[in-house]
Design a protein around this ligand. Sequence first.
Ligand code: AVJ
Ligand code: FE
Length: 439
Amino acid sequence: LAELGVERLRSRVAGELIRTRERSAALTESVDDDDLTRQHSPLMSPLVWDLAHIGSQEELWLVRDVGGAEAIRPDIDDLYDAFQHPRRDRPQLPLLGPAEARSYVGTVRQKVLDLLDRAPLEGRRLVEQAFAFGMIVQHEQQHDETMLATHQLRDGPPVLTAEPPPAASGDLAAEVLVPGGPFTMGTSTEPWALDNERPAHQVHVADFLIDTTPVTNGAYRRFVDGGGYDSPQWWSDAGWAYRQHAGLGAPRFWRRDGASWLRRRFGHVEPLPDDEPVLHVSFHEAEAYARWAGKRLPTEQEWEKAARHDPSTGRSLRYPWGDEDPGPEHANLGQRHLQPAPAGAYPRGAAPCGARQLIGDVWEWTSSDFLPYPGFGAFPYREYSEVFFGPEHKVLRGGSFGTDAAACRGSFRNWDLPIRRQIFAGFRCARTPRPGELG
Ligand code: AVJ
Ligand code: FE
């Protein structure tokens, strides 16, 4: 960080803040005020809550904590505290209206850009301060992905547009072997890594095979059409109870059309594309599919080893393709496309083991609970991740087409409840080699 030079750091941070705000604006300007204030699903906040919450966090962390400035709107702290009000209750709160919310986030941002101009960004506090700005960029980007999920839940004609993703290329083996041995998991050097990604530590992972690509709609459809949702043998007890209670019969947003399937995507109803990674499945559905396929979900450790371990150097890479920041040739990130690319796209994003699309396209469920790494220290707040550690949350890895590069890397950890389907999540399978299989 220090090597970057303070002026370059300032302009990089300002650039990221501005670029991120453009996305928040696009997501909240593409719908009318009624759409902004309405709740499209009890699982989600009204879009106008996310918008003002973005400003409120920015006021708390940057204007007040880093800048030491006076509060702008201390009266709304509680309204936008995610821990005080569950999403389902947020539409009943006396929220700022669309115009007020826009003007509030603009006021906060102006103060933050002024602060960035005069922040000393030096000495002992450099890393801490630069991290606080990075954390706010990532926080806004995470809410932009959440707002994109709200757009997916919203009824009505399409309002968002994007070009289609690139095609698949090359003949791929279905799975690749990752030989057993140690690797370095997590990071102590990635400047914007959040507390839960730290510190770097050695982990021993036994031989495993992992799918080269995420599981596709075509493959998943065979599970659905073959009665997978009516066969408790494939499901865990908790998964089956959830499947029964929620009356699940297919991934969210699928609709039967005679013998085939349609899916709804940001207001477009279209034939289900067989070659695209399956999306909008819960952990329980992913786990049931894997068992049906004679496989299992990868552990978080296996996933990260497949994504980052470079056997030629023994190092862990920042991304599957190397240490270079993500570009459009590497991965489907940043809402550049509003759907996953077909399985087998992004040859330049392949990991050393040969697996593709580990970053971008769809978040991937792992079999692991969200737990701290050895040596974990909460930073800057317990509320960012520590309060979520435990068996009730499962880890997702890799980011989706809705995730921005600023909030995605090989070490990045996402988490959610195993019943959640509105997030842009799919999965890939793994398995332990059969005795004698490897010769
Ligand atoms: C990391 C995506 C689980 O959205 O709940 C946003 C990110 N934390 N505001 C979430 C987050 C606080 C978080 N996830
Ligand atoms: Fe938040």
